[in-house]
Design a protein around this ligand. Structure first.
Ligand code: ADP
Ligand code: MG
Length: 413
């Protein structure tokens, strides 16, 4: 590692609103020779009351400007506490940390411009005040990464592809990094890719539908379907699956991004209504929603990725990588040829045959599946601190790369 290396704490809290993932990394160098070493990770839950309020607000339920201001400030405190707690768990003094990169909590995301008060407008809002984090931790903090890209005409998402490129590019292997959070998104890194060859998009739901259905039927006693224990007891409802697969978002061409605004409560209600029509039991709905989630990812690969470039590996991260039914489906549909017969059946990319992609988790690259996105925001913060861009216009659709985020300096020591 170079002398100029920095210890950076990345923090991510995604659309699942389950909690805050923290990753501590030592980063040095500059693109294309960034050196990134993950040192540790900590996962923390949101206090239950906070989680409920985040979900309520992210579902676009009303709140007053005063409540909104309070929530922004309170989340800043919570992120600061999470950063300090992570330091304690990792047995490192906060004084040794050079920088924090905090994604914040998304409460609204409109990636494509729509009419608003007479003008086409796109916007995204991640809350949790960066100044509070910097003041309470004594660590300079980069926050609010997305608006810079949006201001340049991009969708403000996805931003992780810059990190995926730094972590996973390979001279001879084509790779897709897939993160299954509340929403699932992928980054395509063709073999020997230049940054401009990288493209990325949200494939659709990740764990969001499964979580919402489980919470509905267990009256919030269970937050998610641990290890697909419930879904594996149910049966697939093919008519329902077909209806879901006809969703217009899945057909939309990339670049595209989505969120709770689309795959949130109203979507879950639609599934519940269809479920009643097909006499589905709760476990049947869990199974069908889980298979739909996996198939929507495979569909995205078949429609938008494989016709363009050869892919050898799918590297999965995010909470959905812990769902054996999702991973099992991905492997079964993408990689069913027994080893040794990989190239025995040549198939045109247009045909819906199995493309023989190896499905692995990010653990195999030394990145725990729940640290990957947090690590990405450590990398983005490091780039911003050095006044360098970290958005990929090929991924977001922006007119050019942007230097992302806002820097809140730590108070003088
Ligand atoms: N063991 C597991 N079995 C099944 N699903 C899991 C498991 N662990 C995590 N998940 C899923 O992952 C979700 C959290 O994923 P995460 O990557 O934190 O998403 P986000 O970035 O949206 O917060 C949980 O809500 C749950 O649905
Ligand atoms: Mg999470």
């Amino acid at each position: 590692m170079h002398k100029n290396s920095m210890l950076v704490l990345g923090m991510m809290s995604g659309t699942s609103a389950d909690g805050i993932d923290t990753a501590l990394a030592r980063i040095s160098g500059a693109p294309p020779n960034l050196e990134i070493k993950l040192i540790g990770q900590v996962k923390q839950n949101f206090p239950p009351g906070i989680r409920t309020e985040i979900l309520r607000v992210a579902e676009q339920n009303p709140l007053t400007p005063g409540e909104f201001s309070q929530l922004h400030a309170r989340l800043g405190q919570i992120y600061a506490e999470a950063a300090l707690n992570a330091c304690k768990k990792l047995k490192i003094s906060p004084r040794k940390i050079d920088l924090i990169g905090d994604h914040g909590q998304t409460i609204f995301h409109q990636g494509r411009p729509v009419n608003f008060l007479g003008a086409k407008t796109a916007s995204t809002l991640q809350i949790g005040d960066g100044s509070a984090i910097a003041a309470l931790t004594g660590i300079t903090t980069v926050s609010d990464f997305r608006p810079a890209d949006m201001a340049l005409g991009g969708q403000g998402a996805p931003l992780v592809p810059f990190a995926d490129y730094a972590l996973y590019r390979h001279a001879t292997l084509g790779r897709v990094a897939l993160n299954i959070g509340g929403i699932a998104n992928l980054t395509v890194i063709p073999a020997n890719a230049k940054p401009s060859d990288v493209f990325a998009f949200d494939t659709g739901p990740g764990n969001m539908l499964i979580d919402a259905l489980v919470q509905h039927f267990t009256h919030n006693r269970q937050r998610y379907d641990k290890n697909a224990g419930l879904a594996t007891q149910g049966k697939l409802i093919p008519q329902l699956l077909q209806r879901l697969l006809n969703d217009p978002y899945l057909r939309q061409n990339p670049p595209k991004s989505t969120g709770r605004e689309y795959f949130g409560a109203a979507y879950t209600k639609k599934i519940l209504t269809l479920g009643r029509r097909f006499n589905a039991k709760p476990n049947d709905l869990f199974r069908t929603a889980t298979i739909f989630t996996a198939l929507s990812i495979v569909d995205a690969l078949n429609s938008f990725v494989l016709p363009k470039t050869k892919i050898h590996q799918l590297i999965v991260s995010g909470g959905g990588s812990q769902n054996p039914l999702i991973i099992g489906q991905l492997s079964a549909l993408l990689n069913s040829f027994p080893v040794g017969t990989r190239h025995a059946v040549p198939a045109p990319p247009s045909a819906r045959t199995k493309p023989n992609i190896e499905v692995v988790t990010s653990d195999e690259f030394g990145i725990p599946t729940d640290a990957k996105e947090a690590l990405a925001f450590a990398i983005l913060a490091y780039e911003t601190f050095h006044q360098r861009p970290s958005s990929l216009p090929s991924a977001t659709g922006a007119s050019g790369p942007g230097i992302l985020g806002k820097i809140s300096y730590a108070p003088p020591r």
